[in-house]
Design a binder for this molecule. Sequence first.
Ligand code: AHR
Length: 314
Amino acid sequence: MITATLSGCGGDDGDSGSGGGDGKLVLGFSQVGAESGWRTANTKSIQESAASAGVELKFSDAQGKQENQIKAIRNFITQRVDVIAFSPVVESGWDTVLKEAKDANIPVILTDRAVDSQDTSLYKTFIGSDFVLEGKKAGEWLVKDYEGKTDPVNIVELQGTPGAAPANDRKAGFADVIKADPKFKVVASQTGQFTRTDGKQVMETFLKAQPKIDVLYAHNDDMGLGAIEAIEAAGKKPGTDIKIITVDAVKDGMTALSEGKINYIVECSPLLGPQLMDLAKKVKAGETVPQRVLTEETTFTPEQAKAVLAERKY
Ligand code: AHR
């Protein structure tokens, strides 16, 4: 019988855990939290894939706090799981706990998000998206959409969680592309914590503070969807009065895109579970795995969203 242990803040320190007495691979996984539709789909993918791959999953929800992730990783080390995987809340501050895992001979897989550790021997592989490229794709769409126009384009940006790889990288990739044309101006940029609630609140303040907003770039769909509520409440038409670009392509985002409330979505796939289980089995078996496993992703216009919406699984 396969177990998928769910626990709250800080990890599942209660149960026994060590290296699958029944021969199953035991994977300790520390998740960021449940901040977005993307994250919910990612958790589901990991839990379902563990079940179908015959992996015993010890799942811990960090509720958005790095300290909880560090505690969970230490618990996994104490329990002597076979492999540890985690999606780091922020990029910095992992060296000590990763060294502890290495000293205990427990391989670590980074999932979805990177760490900034200089010593790459602290983890076996990193599976996930290229967030810089995602930001670039968002910028490229904007540049194309405003091609031939000369008026200033005022952009507001909703950033993800401060210090998180997708927030840092999506900001950098986007900025890198739009800097080529001085008509693009980011007039306000603030975190919306990757959540709908904060996206809405921050957009409300942007709308009050900024006399002219042409474009909203949100680092994920959820913040964009919250912002749409704020824009509508302010009597403006999202997608028309203010153009909106987001990242993720979860079902709610794709629905808003198909309705013309969002203009463009850069996909970030949360379906990392099957590849993660495969990599965990390989590192456990001592096989060499690539240092970086990139996720395949696309982009969507409203027309493309309409065409795939019915079969969108998350
Ligand atoms: O790390 C991936 C990002 O985290 C997703 O784009 C965002 O929705 C999530 O919260």
